[in-house]
Design a protein around this ligand. Sequence first.
Ligand SMILES: C[S@@+](CC[C@H](N)C(=O)[O-])C[C@H]1O[C@@H](n2cnc3c(N)ncnc32)[C@H](O)[C@@H]1O
Length: 233
Amino acid sequence: MSDGWDVSAKAWIASQGADGDFSRKHVLDAPMLARVHAASPNALLDLGCGEGRFSRKLAPHIDRVVGIDPTEALIAQANAQGGAEYQIASAENLPFANQSFDMTVSYLSLIDIPDIPTALQECHRVLRSGGRLLVANLNPWTTASQAHGYPEMKPDGTTTLIMDRYLDCFPSWAEWSGIRIQNWHRPLSFYMQAMLSAGFQLVHFDEPRAIGGARSETYNRAPYLHLMEWQRL
Ligand SMILES: C[S@@+](CC[C@H](N)C(=O)[O-])C[C@H]1O[C@@H](n2cnc3c(N)ncnc32)[C@H](O)[C@@H]1O
């Protein structure tokens, strides 16, 4: 069964615009860019690059930036805008030689990848020893609440999350702004243990605050994003 990305590609591209949506523009772009620049890679792979916005942002500063994504319509849009190299491929089957990259980035794509252990094995294989895997991900308590709606700030200033089946792994459908896609809920322990088993060591973890933007106050009360950087052993 389709995960909905092909049908949703047009609405997704419109939702991102040139600067990305709220999560990207006001929460993640600044710390993600800072981590990439600190690592100063010569060759970087963007896993699940979508329509290529983050790859394009990185390309002027790095010798080789490659974005992969299995959604043909998104790679077509990325190629139309240029900036970096793009290929249709899944994270579980990377068309690259061993140790070809200094850094891989997964910018809000882990929850969309069906087979995380295989994707992480592949990521480990294409990274050089000591290379970095930089991840921005949706908090698992948010994905466990997805079916029941996201938290909203009530008039008294409190927020509530209706969560279910936190410790299970299961697919669920998310729908917003004309986009309807299937992604995965997995508990935080699943991601951490999968990274450790694949041969990565955690070197950085953050829960960045939103800066600016009308939704920042609500977001900062019940944040739904985290960032982590792992080193390939
Ligand atoms: C939420 S979007 C993020 C796109 C981009 N990284 C960004 O931040 O705008 C998730 C992306 O994961 C891609 N995806 C789905 N399955 C995948 C897989 N098996 N391997 C790699 N990417 C996948 C989707 O096509 C989609 O482009």
